[in-house]
Design a protein around this ligand. Structure first.
Ligand SMILES: Cc1cc2nc3c(=O)[nH]c(=O)nc-3n(C[C@H](O)[C@H](O)[C@H](O)COP(=O)(O)O)c2cc1C
Length: 196
C-alpha cells in the first residue's frame, strides 16, 4: 500500500517536472535556433582535428548572411589554416594565444571606404560565424583586433593586407577539447517595457 502511494507520488512529481520544463529552461523550449543562441560560448582550447574546407566555407557564408547598413556588405574574410601564419599571429596578439593550437581561424575585415558603419556590419557577421560554429559542434572565440593599433598592425603585416582594409577581429576555432558551459547572462533588471 505504502509502496503504491510512493510510486504514485513519484509519478506525479515526474509529470509536474515535465510540464514545468518550458518555464524552468525556456531556451530549450522555443526552437533549435534559439537554443543554439543560448548554448554559444567562447571556446579557447581545441582538439587536434582539422576543420574541413566545406565547414569553413559554411562559416564564411554564415558571416556574409549578416545584415549590413544599406546592404553595403563592407567586408572581407581571411580563412587561416596555415600553421606558421597562425603561430606568427599568436605571438603578436596578446589576447589570442589560443590561435597557435586552433586548427583554423577566420579574420573579419572591414572596408571603411565602402561604409563608415563597417564595424557594426562586421560585428554582425562575426556573431553569425560564432553561432554557426556552435551549431556545427565547433568552438570559437571573438578576439579583438580593432580598435587596438598594435593588434591591427600585427594582423595587417602578418597577413599582407592592403592598406584600405581594417581587421575587426580574429576568430580562432576548432572542435572543443572539453565541455564548456555557456554563461547565464539573463538579467531581468536590464529589461524595460514601454519606456525605461
Ligand atoms: C568585442 C569583443 C572582444 C573580445 N576580445 C577577446 C580577446 O581579445 N580575447 C579573448 O580571449 N576573448 C575575447 N572576447 C570574448 C569575451 O571574453 C567573451 O565573449 C566574454 O567573456 C563572454 O563569454 P562568452 O562568449 O562565453 O559568453 C571578446 C569578445 C568581444 C565581443
Amino acid at each position: 500500500m505504502v509502496g503504491l502511494l510512493k510510486i504514485k507520488i513519484m509519478r506525479s512529481f515526474v509529470v509536474l517536472l515535465f510540464l514545468s520544463l518550458p518555464f524552468l529552461c525556456p531556451a530549450q523550449a522555443v526552437n533549435p535556433v534559439v537554443e543554439n543562441i543560448f548554448q554559444r560560448k567562447s571556446v579557447r582550447t581545441y582538439k587536434n582535428i582539422d576543420v574541413s574546407r566545406d565547414t569553413l566555407d559554411i562559416l564564411v557564408r554564415a558571416g556574409m548572411a549578416a545584415p549590413t547598413a544599406r546592404n553595403l556588405q563592407p567586408w572581407h574574410f581571411v580563412v587561416l589554416t596555415d600553421k606558421e601564419l597562425k603561430n606568427r599571429l599568436a605571438s603578436e596578439l596578446p589576447y589570442a594565444k589560443m590561435l597557435s593550437n586552433a586548427p583554423a581561424a577566420i579574420i573579419v575585415f572591414g572596408d571603411p571606404e565602402k561604409s563608415s558603419l563597417w564595424m557594426y556590419d562586421c560585428s554582425a557577421a562575426t556573431e553569425n560565424i560564432l553561432l554557426a560554429a556552435e551549431s556545427m559542434g565547433l568552438g570559437a572565440v571573438w578576439t579583438a583586433a580593432y580598435p587596438y593599433e598594435d593588434r591591427i598592425n600585427a594582423v595587417m603585416s602578418v597577413l599582407s593586407v592592403p592598406e584600405q582594409y581594417l581587421p575587426l577581429c580574429v576568430i580562432p576555432l576548432g572542435y572543443p577539447d572539453r565541455d564548456n558551459a555557456p554563461k547565464d547572462k539573463w538579467n531581468p533588471e536590464r529589461v524595460h517595457y514601454n519606456g525605461w
